[in-house]
Design a binder for this molecule. Structure first.
Ligand SMILES: Nc1ncnc2c1ncn2[C@@H]1O[C@H](COP(=O)(O)OP(=O)(O)O)[C@@H](O)[C@H]1O
Ligand SMILES: [Mg+2]
Length: 242
């Protein structure tokens, strides 16, 4: 899970950096081309260092291409972590996630209950991203409960086109003034080393990318319920980019 957090954060960072670097690179390349054109002019014929200038420009252009191939690799890396849409059984995915988490939970006397819609049809979505989404939500729920409590993971069909995924806990709850900030990257109320504040921003990103929404219902000491509304069919080409 830590690795998945790091990867997602790295993906966002590398896409941002690659785009930022590509623009000045393109300008450097243009300007070098312009200097090369100037050197080719008749007026530059007698210029003493013409040969050396030309050679220098060749190297500048060559090295900008090299940088371009590095930023290209970074962008492709981030793309690979992008959507991979196929037929998925959300109940199966959640069952697996709960299975992974409940061993830890039981040590703290926390019960994770499954409340899956038995009629839920297969969805057209991204299983890896859904797994990541659910892991982050259950992980937060366990942190919030700390000890002796209950977490409920549920699915429900909503009309013909939507599925609700809920993760409900009876933990510490979230004060109203935090309801927006919790989805921001790096917002955390946990001590250093415990929380990086990336979980919910990743969940938000995934929900949005799949064409859904994530919302929270919570009050201090009342526990928290996270609801992700997902389309039955996410299609790669109708998805918002980044
Ligand atoms: N189920 C929950 N109950 C109470 N607070 C929560 C819950 N889920 C998230 N939060 C709050 O939202 C913050 C951000 O969560 P997240 O983005 O996953 O980062 P992290 O878990 O690393 O702190 C948490 O630090 C916590 O304050
Ligand atoms: Mg978290």
């Amino acid at each position: 899970m830590i690795q998945a957090h790091k990867l997602a954060a790295f993906g966002q960072l590398s896409t941002g950096v690659a785009h930022e670097i590509n623009n000045p690179l393109a300008i450097i390349n243009e300007e070098a081309g312009w200097l090369d054109d100037l050197l080719a002019k008749d007026e530059s014929k007698d210029f003493k260092y013409r040969g050396e200038f030309k050679e220098s420009l060749r190297i500048i252009v060559q090295q900008t291409h090299r940088c371009g191939s590095i930023t290209g690799k970074l962008l492709r890396f981030a793309e690979n972590m992008d959507s991979n849409i196929g037929e998925v059984d959300l109940n199966d995915i959640l069952d697996e996630v709960v299975g992974i988490m409940e061993k830890d939970a039981i040590l703290n006397n926390i019960v994770i209950e499954r409340d899956f819609d038995p009629e839920l049809p297969k969805m057209y979505s991204d299983s890896a991203q859904l797994r990541q989404l659910a892991l982050n939500l259950v992980n937060n729920a366990l942190d919030a409960v700390e000890r002796d409590g209950k977490v409920l993971v549920g699915t429900r069909r909503e009309g013909t086109d939507w599925v609700l995924l809920t993760v409900k806990d009876d933990g510490c709850g979230i004060p109203r003034e935090h309801h927006h900030s919790i989805f921001e990257p790096f917002f955390t109320t946990k001590p250093p080393g415990k929380g990086a504040g990336l979980g919910l921003s990743i969940c938000y990103g995934i929900a949005t990318k799949l064409g859904g929404v994530i919302s929270v219902d919570s009050a201090p000491a009342k526990g928290a319920t996270f609801t992700v509304t997902l389309p039955m069919a996410s299609s790669a080409d109708t998805l918002p980019t980044k």
